[in-house]
Design a protein around this ligand. Sequence first.
Ligand code: PLP
Ligand code: COI
Length: 338
Amino acid sequence: MKIDWKNLPFGYMPTDYNVRCYYRGGQWGELEITSSEYIPLHMAATSLHYGQEAFEGMKAYMGQDRKIRIFRWQDNAGRMANSAIGIKMAVVPDELFHKAIITVVNLNKKYIPPYGTGAALYLRPLLIGTGAEVGVKPASEYLFMIFVTPVGPYFKEGFKPMNMLICRSFDRAAPMGTGHIKVGGNYAASLVSLEKGHEQGYASVIYLDAREKKYIDECGPANFFGIKNNTYITPDSSSILPSITNKSLMTLAGDIGIKVEKRPVPVDELASFDEVGACGTAAVISPIGKIFDPDTNITYEYCKDGNPGPVSVNLYNKLTGIQYGDEPDPYGWIEIVD
Ligand code: PLP
Ligand code: COI
């Protein structure tokens, strides 16, 4: 097996094992280990018909000390529990979530990208309704599983500025809908607009609040942040996913003396930011170079020298420093996998 670690895309590559656990008769069973990439599924499973499906995205990082680190797994477990509650699925207990992560990472150690390649092992926890129903109601049986795959940066530009398009003709999530949880339907709702953006040469689209189309929601599969006046500003909205990366960046910004504001961010405020970016587990920090608004014909420009701005660089180094073990972990965000 020869993997080109430095040029890994954000894509699927088979690994040796995945782990699974079934919920039947009102309780979770034993964690199972398998090499099969397939799931035997009843044709009337609620995940297929009514979208009872939630997932998570996490990474395992190889340090220079060759220790394997997992970042804030409790937050992912908690978010998956919220997703399950939000669409009436069985909740995966934290202990099961934890055991599944540790087991699947240990079984696939040889796929963890080496330190210094900028890549990581992506973990994809998945929870689906497997019970058969035809009426619109929650299943009584569920499958929780985790597969892993080595990945490079989500946006091919990596830590280089990329361009985004403001999306006014599609909404990914409604104010009282499911945007705040990580369920498959939100991503299905984003596919047409994302493809339209890609066809026009943009890395992603920026969704606006569905009610007024006045405020920024998020950047495809990542949260948005802007920097000005020594302040880190990120949208407060009921229809965006609470990003664990964004939450961490808010803390790290405070540590380096940058103020933090979480509040509605009007589109026209884009003109006043010094730096803007997208953040998430897959995106890490992806600096934005240009944002085009097709309705006003305005292009907002940043990173005019072609490089990410100083605050983005600082935050990127702090965050990835903790994740790869180069920096101390003052908040207990890291668990070492033995
Ligand atoms: N927003 C959306 C829609 C996402 O899919 C993700 C990825 O999980 C994020 C934001 C970033 O969240 P996190 O930092 O927890 O990965
Ligand atoms: C992540 O950042 O982990 C995500 O889940 C984004 C994904 C939809 C590619």
